[in-house]
Structures are given as C-alpha cells and as structure tokens.
Design a binder for this molecule. Structure first.
Ligand code: HEM
Length: 359
C-alpha cells in the first residue's frame, strides 16, 4: 500500500463531531427532546456554510486576478453552481426543523438568550465575500452587524470588507470584456437601433389595433414610451451614473453593457461560460433570498410576534432583511432591457469569428 491505512471514524473526525451536541435543557436538568434536533440542524447548516466558503474562496482566488485564466473559468462556474445546489438543499432542511412545534421550542428557548443565528460568523462571511456591503444592510440595534461577533471574528470580517468581494471582482472582469467593439461593430449603436425598432413596432401594433379605444391606445403608448425612457439611461453614461448614484444600479456602466452582451449573445462559444457564471450568481442571489424568506416564515411560525433571542423584532426584521439584502440585483434588472431573440442584431463575421473556437 502506498499510503498508511485510514479509518473511517478517525478520518472524518467523528469523535469531535458527534460529541459536540450539548443541549442546555439537559444541563439544566429539564430535558427537552427537540433541542437535539435544533442543535443538529444548526450544526448541519454551519457545515454547509463551511463548504460554501471553501468554494467561494476558490472562485475569489480566480476572479481577484487582474488577468483571469480562461482555463479556470469552467471550474469557477462549476463551483458557483455547486454553491447553488448546497443552498437549494439547505432551504429544504427548514422542513426538518419545522417538525418541531412552537410549544416544543418553548421548552428550551428561554435557555438560549442571547444566542442567535445573528451571530453566525460563517453566514456573515458568505454575505460579505459575495459583496453585501454595510450600507446594503438593514440597521440592527443601532450597531454594525459585526458587533455581534467575537473580537477575532470582527477583525476577520473587517479584512474581508476591505478586500475585493466577488461582486467587485466580477464587475472588473465584466468591464474588461473585449467584445463590445471592433472596426465593423459597435454593439451599443446596433443594440440601440434594435431597441428603437422594437418599440416603434410595438407602438404601431397598438395604433393599428382596432379593438382598442382611443383611451386604451393612449394609455398603452404612454406605458411603452416610459419603458423606452428607462432604456435611455443605458445609452447615456451620465444619465446612467446619475441613477447609479441614486442606487438604481450597482454595476458600472461598462460592466452593465458587458453583462447585457453576454446575455444576448450567450450562444457564442466564448460567451457560454461567462453566461453560466452570471446565471449561477443570479441563482445564488435567488436561493439566498428564498432561504431568508423560508427562515423568516419559520421564525414567524415559531415565534409569532415575539422578539428574537438576539433582540431583533423577530419576523419583521427577517422579512425586511429578505427584501433588502440583495447582491446581484443588477442581473435581475437587466432583464428589463432584453429584446426578443429574433430582433437581436446578428454579429458581423469578424466579431462572430472572434467569439468562436478554432481548431
Ligand atoms: C426555531 C428556528 C429558528 C428561529 C425561531 C429563528 C429565529 C431567528 C430570529 C428571530 C433572527 C433575528 C435575530 C434575532 O433577533 O435573534 C434570526 C437570525 C438568523 N438566524 Fe435564525 N431562527 C431559527 C433557525 C435558524 C437556523 C436553523 C439557522 C441556520 C443557520 C438560522 C440562521 C440564522 C441567521 C444566519 C440569522 C441572521 C439573519 C440576518 O441577520 O440576515 N436560524 N433567526
């Protein structure tokens, strides 16, 4: 044998793992059966958080480079997709914890003050590494979120806050996308024409619709004109920057354009992996929101209007955080600017050649 033998139990560190459940209700000699489930479910979450951070760190290592190796892109997108699978799995774990009824929970809840998931360092690492900034967060007890952590953890969060998050690195990578222009093709001019054509056709369709009253026509055309105006910001950098300053967009002008190009021309061989990466980030935002929502509902079901053990308003805080704590919202908003595939301008051969693989 090339390597010394390994034993299952030792290899997995099961002594430590399986001896790490210490119900408070047992310590206080008022054993509450469901506290074991409560502990195991939380521990399982923390193990999955550990795996998410492990994947995220590997992806960050790739994306934080000034020049990203093409060979690492497929792996980065697979790791992001793995994070999505884990998040989907842990949303389902809420079902298991909800087999505990609120009355079962009340048997030991009082023994847990002031511990709370709010102190989950790993969850904060995930959010921060992905790109959730202090300013994006809901105010909680008039103190920054990391004040609930230990001093050592606070220092680590500070250093993560000071380094480039996945959002930051991704934005820089998008802004470097080289395919927006060549001597035969300016994506933005072409796209603008396609959008205007699409809207003019829509307006003509409304005008020619004999079943609509003049009033309905007026209202529909007003709606279309307003949507067309929202496109303007994408065609005009200073209008875009103004809206970005107001918090309507987070990505830079260039990065937003690149993301749109990747979405619209995702079938081009060279854009397929970037498209998978954007889709995985959308999925991460969506699954994290879904987890927050499920968790908020679970808190509502367990606590009603009671406050949380960590001192928040309970369900209200969690529901508001669900609505606010978004990271890749731009990718969702980008859909407003999609046009039907049939109207996407065809690429000139010089450009499509650059986006293909040649053997
Ligand atoms: C009986 C089940 C649960 C209830 C009633 C509950 C309740 C709460 C409440 C009320 C908060 C807000 C902070 C506070 O005032 O304490 C909170 C935060 C949190 N909980 Fe839970 N929780 C439960 C299970 C879980 C589980 C299984 C996890 C998995 C790790 C978890 C993770 C978190 C996290 C990460 C936060 C911070 C959320 C944020 O600030 O965005 N909770 N929980």
């Amino acid at each position: 044998m090339k390597y010394p033998p390994v034993h299952y139990h030792k290899y997995l560190g099961l002594d430590a793992l399986l001896n790490s459940q210490h119900p408070k209700s047992v310590e206080y000699k008022k054993p509450a059966h469901d506290e074991m489930l409560f502990i195991v479910v939380h521990q399982t979450y923390e193990l999955w958080f550990k795996q998410i951070i492990f994947e995220l760190d590997a992806v960050l290592k790739t994306f934080q480079k000034d020049q990203i190796e093409e060979t690492e892109m497929g792996m980065a997108s697979s790791r992001l997709e793995r994070i999505v699978s884990i998040l989907k799995l842990i949303i389902g774990q809420v079902d298991v914890l909800e087999t505990m009824t609120p009355l079962d929970f009340l048997d030991f809840r009082d023994m847990l003050y002031p511990a709370s998931g709010f102190q989950s360092f790993q969850w904060r690492l995930i959010e921060t590494k992905l790109g959730l900034r202090i300013g994006d967060r809901l105010a909680y007890n008039q103190a920054p979120f990391f004040k609930s952590l230990t001093e050592e953890q606070q220092n680590e969060i500070q250093s993560v806050l000071n380094s480039s998050s996945l959002f930051d690195s991704l934005e820089k990578w998008l802004a470097r996308t080289p395919f927006l222009q060549d001597e035969n093709f300016n994506f933005w001019d072409t796209y603008k024409n396609a959008v205007t054509t699409m809207f003019n056709e829509d307006i003509a369709t409304v005008n020619n619709n004999t079943r609509l009253s003049d009033e309905d026509k007026k209202r529909n055309i007003e709606g279309l004109t307003n949507t067309l105006r929202s496109f303007d910001a994408l065609f005009d950098e200073s209008a875009f920057e103004k809206l970005r300053g107001e918090g309507q967009f987070r990505l830079s002008y260039k990065a937003m354009h690149a993301a749109l190009l990747i979405q619209l021309y995702r079938d081009q061989p060279i854009l397929q992996t970037p498209f998978r990466i954007i889709r995985a980030l959308l999925d991460i935002d969506e699954t994290m929101t879904t987890w927050r929502y499920r968790h908020a509902l679970m808190a509502m079901r367990m606590l009603g209007q009671k406050i949380g053990t960590g001192g928040s308003s309970g369900h209200k805080y969690l529901a508001e955080a669900t609505a606010k704590h978004k990271i890749f919202g731009d990718f969702f908003n980008l859909t407003t600017f999609f046009i039907p595939r049939s109207q996407v301008p065809p690429l000139p051969k010089s450009m499509s050649d650059r986006m293909s693989f040649h053997y």
